[in-house]
Design a protein around this ligand. Structure first.
Ligand SMILES: *Cc1c(COP(=O)(O)O)cnc(C)c1O
Length: 381
């Protein structure tokens, strides 16, 4: 969440330099004479992939666009099946539908992410890709998921809209599967207002994604843009220079954001560890980003009572338990393509209804840790 909390003169300075140094060039390509080497989007891509130790990066207009471009990069056909998890933002399913592929939704486990055991059961000969989501920053069980996918030659997209800067072993989230996608909307750990990014280690996926997000333009340096080479159609999901400039400043703050979230969460956990609640699972080898602090109560009524008590004390709760509707596939009556899976997804609902999620804000500092702990102790012990 806190990316927007840290917007200050640094973002302003980056944007201003587009006008002072770069001749006001807002398009990522062309206008060499006017822009005088001011390439904000390209620089943002370069810094982002360096920070997260990946080979190729492509900036796009949103996290939803990043998912759509990722599917295009994999050359999937109409009717190919893509599996994702029940607890995610609606965008994940929308990207699958927009690509003409068939969404299949799988229940979650104690990570609140894709359950590898359920995944195994749901794979068919038509399954060509998996979109695993590190929901709200807790890593999914990537070792197990990658192993299952590799054995079946299925590609893995990591929806890292949350989890930017988090790690799994020595790797950053979003660099473990075949393609990682990121969102920089206003609610995410870093923001460009609207915006997104893809990371790749495979050059062919990168080149396909780059062309597809830009009407098929191959960005062939031997030709001027109007004579550029192309092999397929595409679409327009190009990031503009204003977003790139803000991204450059925000990226420098990412570490501060996730370090705070991580410490906040650890401090709070210690204080409430004796209460009759559980926490999301993650292995000791991982470094989660903690957009929100989530705990799992014994039943739905207790979760609702905790929520009520927190709200009375001016501590916001978010997404769970009351607002799962945009984040739980079992509630999406408006998406006809997944109606036949809603009954199966009740298992996820039972788990999500027991969860309480408290957003972590940098500006409120660590002092709210004690306050939250006291409220929960009063309610639960
Ligand atoms: C935010 C989000 C997206 C979409 O990102 P936008 O930039 O808002 O389009 C996709 N997946 C998840 C899990 C998200 O939370």
């Amino acid at each position: 969440m806190p990316g927007f909390e840290l917007i200050n003169s640094q973002e302003k300075k980056e944007v201003e330099s587009i006008f002072t140094k770069g001749g006001g060039t807002l398009f990522r390509h062309s206008y060499q004479d006017l822009r005088k080497k001011s390439y904000k989007v390209a620089e943002f891509e370069k810094n982002f992939k360096k920070t997260l130790k990946s080979k190729y990066a492509l900036a796009v207009t949103s996290g939803t666009a990043a998912l759509r471009v990722a599917i295009a990069a994999l050359n999937l056909k109409n009717g190919d099946e893509i599996i994702t998890q029940s607890f995610t933002f609606v965008a994940t399913i929308e990207a699958i539908l927009e690509s003409g592929c068939k969404p299949k939704v799988v229940n979650i486990d104690n990570t609140l992410n894709l359950d590898p055991l359920e995944l195994k059961k749901k794979i068919t000969s038509k399954t060509k890709a998996i979109i695993v989501v590190h929901m709200l920053g807790t890593p999914a069980k990537m070792s197990e998921i990658i192993k299952i996918a590799r054995a079946k030659k299925i590609k893995v997209i990591e929806d890292t809209a949350w989890g930017c800067g988090g790690r799994y072993g020595s790797k950053y989230l979003g660099t473990i599967g075949d393609i990682g996608t990121f969102s920089f909307d206003h609610a995410k750990a870093m923001t460009t207002g609207e915006g997104g990014m893809l990371l790749f280690n495979n050059k062919n996926f990168f080149l396909k994604a780059k062309a597809w997000h830009d009407h098929g333009h191959e960005d062939n340096k031997r030709f001027p843009r109007w004579k550029d080479t192309r092999k397929s159609h595409g679409f327009n999901f190009r990031m503009n220079e204003l977003q790139g400039a803000v991204g450059l400043a925000q990226l420098k703050k990412l570490n501060k954001v996730i370090t705070f979230q991580n410490k906040f969460s650890k401090k709070l956990k210690v204080k409430i560890s004796k209460l009759p609640i559980e926490f999301r699972y993650y292995s000791k080898k991982t470094y989660p980003t903690e957009d929100s602090f989530i705990f799992i109560t014994k039943n739905k009524n207790i979760a609702l009572k905790c929520r009520k008590r927190l709200l009375q004390n001016k501590i916001g709760t978010k997404i769970l338990p009351e607002a799962i509707s945009w984040h739980f596939a079992g509630d999406w009556e408006h998406i006809k393509e997944i109606q036949n899976q809603r009954k199966y997804l009740q298992k996820s609902r039972k788990l999500l209804e027991r969860c309480v999620s408290i957003p972590i804000y940098l500006k409120k500092g660590y002092k709210v840790v004690n306050k939250i702990a006291k409220i929960l102790k009063d309610e639960l012990s």
